[in-house]
Design a protein around this ligand. Sequence first.
Ligand code: AMP
Ligand code: ZN
Length: 426
Amino acid sequence: MLLYNTLTRQKEEFKPINSPKVSMYCCGPTVYDYQHIGNMRTYIFEDILKRTLKYNKYKVKHIMNITDIGHLVSDADEGEDKMMKALKRENLPATKKSMLKLADKYTNAFQGDLKKLNIQDPNKYTKATKHIKEQIKLVQILINKGYTYETADGIYFDSTKYADYAKLALLDGQELQAGKRVDLSEKKDIHDFALWKFSQANENRIMEWKAFGKKGFPGWHIECSAMSMKYLGEHFDIHCGGIDHIPVHHTNERAQNNCATGIKESVNFWMHGEFLVLDKAKMSKSAGSFIILRNAINKGISPLAYRYFCLMTHYRKPLSFSWSALESAQNGLDNLYYELQKLGNKKGNFNSEFKRKLLDSMNDDLNMPQILALIFEVLKSNLKNEDKLTTILEFDKVLGLNLNKVKKEKINIPLNIKNLAEQRLK
Ligand code: AMP
Ligand code: ZN
């Protein structure tokens, strides 16, 4: 099975550390707002990866975090906490209770969307606020090992102490030099980042913890390192997210994990999904240009048609959003359902040639567009209807389009409608 590893910039043969077990960590949402359909593209990619691993008979342990504290508005450790900002936006009182309620609301909305998209649940969702002890302990390890320094506003990771810091992001010397010229306030280097922030005197923080002699709260990156290691061990197989995480969040997580454990590469495969883009710009919350799943449903697009839309493009290629492209995906999926209905209910054999093709496609870095093309090859082939059906339903174990749920009851379609449908297909 070949998977593209961001760390080495190439497809590599996947070998689990402790086969048949596979440990996989995916960065989850910051629950201060709805997740947009761009975010959903990344979770669909991760679901395809997990289904492919399972199809290859691996036992996957999948962990996803829920960030309910500590993610600042800017990735450069400045600005407000996103959760605090959301409280103000929603005119909620600044209390711990309303903060928890807010987090619950968006966590539930997120998990509901995953279900609609037929994305399998992780083995465990881990909340940042439930793992404060682990995060403090990890910061302490990094302090003890000499990787940190303290400023008036927090404890920072000293990126210059870790020679391999730039490897994941491929930051070159020039970029590292350029960093030295910008305003760093008390930071020594542009790439240094907060492990722990101190609450400031004029700040009215709702959630803060006593640690390192003061009141404060965790930086954004430390939660993922603490929770991934707690549930998957110091050395694990796969870490995923969207490409925006490569230069900051994952680079910092990798630095924390490798420096705290002393393991050269504590994660074997770093995998990243390309973005859903809108007019060539990324879809993002901060730019105010985001569409949530509910908007698409309201326009008559089914969640599985959005999934189908995502599967038509390889996860490492940017995908351009437009309503007309989504409508085409809906038509494509409806056609597929129509063709499947025509095959009847009877199950047959999984054709061996198509089985080989399925494995070749999924194990070549998750080539879903090729598997979709294979479905049409099966439909056009001279296999018996029952073998076609069984073969396509096997494909669907990885695609996750719920093709087995296509209604098979006999309905009488009026002749004129049948003719129209045939014409459209042609
Ligand atoms: P966030 O809530 O911003 O941390 O994002 C949650 C996940 O969605 C992360 O894995 C991001 O990398 C990913 N993501 C953010 N924006 C997009 C986008 N436009 N297209 C695809 N994935 C995205
Ligand atoms: Zn993370």
